[in-house]
Write a protein of this length. Structure first.
Length: 566
């Protein structure tokens, strides 16, 4: 048996050599990047941005930072080759430290390369945190004998009190067939299959074989198999029922919902009023109250609940226990990641069918109504952010959203999310899909949105009635669209955290802005989940924007935005 236990306390570091840390300005940091880039022949600004992942800094801002430090920007202007510069980092004195973790149960000496040591701010010598220890016996260096024995005995008791059918279930759902993991509120208990009783191992081997003939089993093993099969029914199959359709007896309606703090009410209403099915796509799922409601509906709806989300590597790494335990994250992100894990476990325990992929899409659909917009299932989106979406009932958009979700499930999913007895409670199983997509003229993917927006701007730049307005969490137009926008003087609003001044465009910042809206005069508006950010990988995610051509709806959107931002 092996036991993992998480201690709560504080990290300390003691300086052994060096001096006081000196902070670097952004200009100085960019100069160091330039020094390394030119040393390795990455001497043009585009290559520098690509090599050092500086896409988050607009190129005009980066050029300005480079010029501020060096005066003259290029050594060879015709080739846009940057000046080679010397790094100042070699002139600094290296600081060395020793590290400890202190808590009521233990005092642990840590090695400097321990991956659980958090990042440190300059001048800070201690900070609160957690440290996970692994016990292979009732002893651990730095932990008192009494505390080590207590943790070990607690793990043994919890395992012994676990029902036999639950032990079998852990074995059948394990990724490694020879290793079982029981996760409790404060412990992670690992056992090898050989450590189980003989009758349990016999039952597990039989159930893994998927045989139906139990006549050769021992009496104890036969009873265990029968009890397990009775308690654990097969999970629902992960294909969508093709007969899913909207309720065509309802009055057709279509309304824009824009505001701060009103997204929760809209999405809750759609989920609560569902009577046949729920189709949900949210980039992030961390609101436990709505998750509990979704779990309740999954037990009531005849066609069930189907969820698309994003648990690809960069998201999954944040949720994975090994990364989460050993990587220092700001406190608010640690809490968010904990809620994401809890919500995912709640959904899987309720037998909700989930698939993962590059889904940035935010849509919530039942047979009665549907939402497409910017609102995720997070506290920020539901209660704080400025969000925007379209709610529709018994319309072409309602029907198209159901069909699009079905196509995304069948053709854009990468993995099935299935329960697993690990620290996170889930694992991903690859599914095979194609990139087939049916096109709708007013329901646009990222590539279609970019193409349509460029076409409309070119056609209307001499005819637009009323100004162009753009709301987006982040703003990074493609070069073609940027050149058109400079001629049209649009008003652009971005999230304060993603605000970068732009010398050629009128950009303002709005706190907590998460809505994605583009309005072209009184003729066209786009509302949905796609940011006005057409960088190199914008087309790699699955998302939708709804193109509105009804002037009354567009004027309503304009009026609502004016009320919110004035």
């Amino acid at each position: 048996m092996k036991v993992k236990y998480q201690l709560q306390g504080k990290f300390q570091r003691i300086q052994l050599s060096g001096g006081e840390s000196q902070p670097l300005s952004l200009v100085e940091l960019v100069r160091e990047v330039q020094a390394i880039a030119t040393q390795y022949h990455r001497r043009t600004p585009p290559i520098l941005r690509q090599s050092f992942a500086l896409d988050f800094i607009p190129e005009p801002i980066l050029l300005d930072l480079l010029q501020k430090k060096n005066g003259e920007l290029y050594q060879l202007p015709s080739l846009q080759l940057l000046h080679p510069v010397k790094s100042h980092l070699s002139e600094g004195i290296v600081n060395t430290y020793c590290y400890q973790f202190i808590c009521s149960e233990a005092s642990l000496d840590l090695t400097p390369d321990d991956p659980q040591i958090p990042r440190w701010e300059a001048g800070k010598l201690e900070q609160l945190g957690s440290y996970t220890i692994t016990l292979n016996s009732p002893h651990y260096p730095g932990l008192s004998s009494a505390n080590a024995a207590q943790i070990w005995q607690q793990a043994k008791t919890q395992w012994e009190n676990l029902a036999h059918q639950d032990k079998i279930n852990l074995a059948l759902r394990a990724i490694d067939p020879n290793l079982l993991c029981l996760r409790t509120s404060d412990l992670e208990i690992w056992l090898k299959l050989q450590e189980l009783a003989l009758d349990l191992r016999e039952a597990i081997a039989f159930l893994r074989s998927e045989s139906n003939d139990i006549s050769l089993l021992s009496a104890k093993a036969k009873t265990l198999v029968e009890q397990y099969r009775e308690a654990h029914k097969p999970p629902p199959k992960t294909y969508l029922i093709p007969e899913l359709k909207h309720n065509d007896n309802l009055t057709p309606t279509e309304n824009a919902v824009i505001g701060m703090g009103n997204t929760r009410e809209c999405i809750t209403k759609i989920i609560a009023q569902a009577r046949q099915f729920l189709l949900i796509s949210s980039y992030i799922i961390e609101d436990q109250k709505l998750t509990a409601l979704i779990c309740q509906k999954s037990r009531e709806l005849p066609y069930g609940v189907w969820i698309l989300t994003d648990l690809r590597d960069k998201i999954s790494d944040r949720l994975d226990s090994q990364v989460n335990q050993f990587t220092s994250l700001p406190e608010q992100y640690r809490h968010c990641d904990g809620r994401k894990k809890d919500c995912l476990r709640m959904l899987l325990n309720a037998n909700v069918t989930i698939r993962s992929g590059a889904f940035h899409l935010k849509t919530y659909i039942s047979e009665r109504s549907a939402y497409l917009g910017s609102g995720n299932l997070t506290g920020g989106s539901l209660d704080v952010n400025l969000e925007a979406g379209i709610i529709t009932q018994n319309t072409a958009l309602h029907r198209q959203l159901i069909q699009s979700f079905t196509q995304f499930w069948q053709h854009r999913s990468r993995d099935e999310v299935i329960p697993a007895p690990n620290w996170d409670g889930y694992c991903l199983r690859l599914v095979f899909s194609s990139q087939h997509q049916h096109n709708y003229p007013n329901l646009l993917t990222p590539c279609q949105y970019h193409k349509d927006l460029k076409k409309e701007l070119i056609q209307l730049k001499e005819q637009i009635k009323g100004e162009i307005i753009i709301y987006s969490r982040s703003f990074h137009p493609s070069p073609e669209i940027a050149s058109i926008l400079r001629l049209l003087s649009p008003r652009i609003f971005v999230n304060a955290q993603n605000f970068f001044p732009h010398s050629a465009l009128n950009i303002s910042e709005i706190k907590h802005l998460h809505a994605k809206i583009t309005i072209l005069g009184t003729q066209i508006a786009y509302v949905g989940g796609i940011n006005f950010k057409f960088t190199q990988d914008y087309h790699s995610v699955t998302d939708l924007m709804y193109k509105i051509t009804n002037s009354t709806t567009i004027n309503q959107i304009r009026k609502r935005l004016t009320e919110l931002t004035n």
